[in-house]
Design a protein around this ligand. Structure first.
Ligand code: UDX
Length: 441
């Protein structure tokens, strides 16, 4: 069955959700306040890099199932089912999440509703937000118009967003238990195809659904910081954290995924989500429960400092006047996202210590230039490494993992490489005469 729906926000989350819901056969209106983004989307162009999304977007625009608008009036007129997929960034100078955009969707949409509506939140929010938004929506909707707020968190990873949306590990739906309504029935209709494929569907209360998302991200961040803490210990005794991760990862209770030690996590989700989680626990008087997340954050940030130290060591103890090539700017491969990018953070710190830093990334150049205009950027790997005293591999793009040491050796001033993602084979590089350093190995 095809359901007309509106999706608010056309960033990584909203644009993917809108296109994938159309792919499932629904009629979808994507809504955003940013006209330039809308113009691109309407032309079938994804405003960011996400493998596979453009095909889905174009196919569904051509099929007449997907459109975009900046008009909330049009959205209220068109759909009775609404998804909130706007951002919840970290507030400036604090740990808490900034809920301005989520609140704005409710404040603008609710007064315009003319028929009963179900609003599903997908954004990552502090627990308690859904209940508050429900109250707000009911207060703002015209008299006699029933409006329901349910929470349906999103677990997609950038780089795999289409796959994760169309074939999720699970679907989670949080309902307002005090006001039984139609949200579950509507969600079952919308996701019928996925439910037919026996994707687990967990129905719960609003607070649990919000917490599922926050705790999943906290767990992933903890797993990464755990292995990076082991990397610190490995560094102290010359042990190899990559072998350690392989060995403990064979235990099915632990699992090998998300145990890659290196420069640590960045991006628009994990760092700000663990901080917002701590801030919210504090407001709830449960801060003691999450003090360990402070350490998770600290271990993660220490990796960046350690990388700067390793670059300095590789340059003989002083970065002043050296040339440093930085390969990678995106917070992870298969993305052009540079939000809280460990790579650019390190590049910036090294530049502050007096090095001439040249950055190259296959997809994130435009975003990097905009956010870090003082760094130098190269058109390709060769240009970036020309005359370098040290090469830093800070994002594990496949093209960097496949680099040939003999060829690069002819371009650099010193054969020195620091592998911030442990994605290179130390033996191959050392055999080719390079001074190879990995993180925790
Ligand atoms: C994350 C969650 O995975 C996703 O479920 C949630 O919906 C949003 O946040 P994303 O930010 O796209 O997704 O990236 P992810 O693949 O989780 O990587 C996050 C960061 O951790 C990257 O900087 C990555 O380089 C780093 N990472 C990941 C490691 O350092 N080691 C690992 O083993 C795995």
């Amino acid at each position: 069955m095809s359901t007309p729906m509106a999706v608010f926000g056309t960033g990584y989350l909203g644009a993917t959700h809108a296109a994938c819901m159309a792919e499932l056969g629904h009629h979808v209106l994507g809504v955003d306040v940013d006209e330039s983004k809308l113009a691109k989307l309407e032309a079938g162009e994804v405003p960011f890099y996400e493998p596979g999304l453009e095909e889905v977007l174009k196919r569904n625009i051509e099929a007449g199932r997907l459109r975009f608008t900046s008009s909330y009036e049009e959205a209220a007129e068109f759909a009775d089912v609404h998804f909130i997929g706007v951002g919840t960034p970290q507030k400036k100078g604090e740990f808490a999440a900034d809920l301005t955009y989520v609140d704005a969707v409710i404040d603008t949409l609710a007064p315009l509703l003319k028929r009963p509506a179900v609003i599903f939140g997908k954004s990552t929010v502090p627990v308690g937000t859904a209940a508050r938004l429900g109250q707000r929506a009911r207060a703002l909707a015209p008299a006699g118009v029933e409006v329901e707020v349910a929470w349906n968190p999103e677990f997609l990873r950038e780089g795999f967003a289409v796959q994760d949306t169309l074939h999720p590990d699970r679907l989670v739906l949080g309902l307002d238990r005090e006001r039984p309504g139609r949200a579950e029935e509507v969600a079952r209709e919308i996701y019928a195809q996925l439910l037919d494929e026996r994707i687990p569907f967990l129905v719960t209360d609003l607070a649990t659904a919000e917490l599922v998302k926050t705790s999943a991200n906290a767990f992933l961040a903890t797993k990464i910081s755990f292995i990076n803490a082991m990397a610190e210990v490995c560094e102290a005794v010359d042990a190899d954290v990559t072998v350690l991760a392989d060995a403990i990862g064979h235990d099915a209770r632990i699992g090998r995924r998300f145990l890659n030690a290196g420069l640590g996590f960045g991006g628009g989700c994990l760092p700000k989500d663990i901080r917002a989680f701590m801030a919210r626990a504090g407001e709830l008087g449960a801060d003691h429960a999450l003090t360990f997340l402070r350490e998770v954050d600290a271990v993660n940030m220490r990796r960046r400092t350690r990388m700067v130290e390793m670059a300095r060591e590789a340059c003989g103890g002083n970065l002043l006047g050296t040339r440093v090539a930085v390969l990678g700017a995106a917070f992870k491969p298969e993305s052009d996202d540079v939000r809280d990018s460990p790579a650019l953070n390190v590049a910036g710190q090294i530049q502050l210590q007096g090095a001439a830093v040249t950055v190259y990334d296959p997809k994130a150049m435009e975003n990097s230039r905009r956010n870090f205009p003082t760094l130098s950027y190269a058109a390709d790997v060769n240009e970036a490494v020309e005359g370098a005293d040290v090469i830093l591999v800070l994002t594990e793009w496949k093209q960097f993992c496949d680099l040939k040491p003999a060829r690069l050796g002819k371009l650099v001033r010193q054969r020195s490489i620091v592998d911030g993602r442990n994605c290179l084979d130390p033996t191959v590089w050392r055999d080719a005469g390079w001074n190879y350093r990995g993180m925790g190995r």
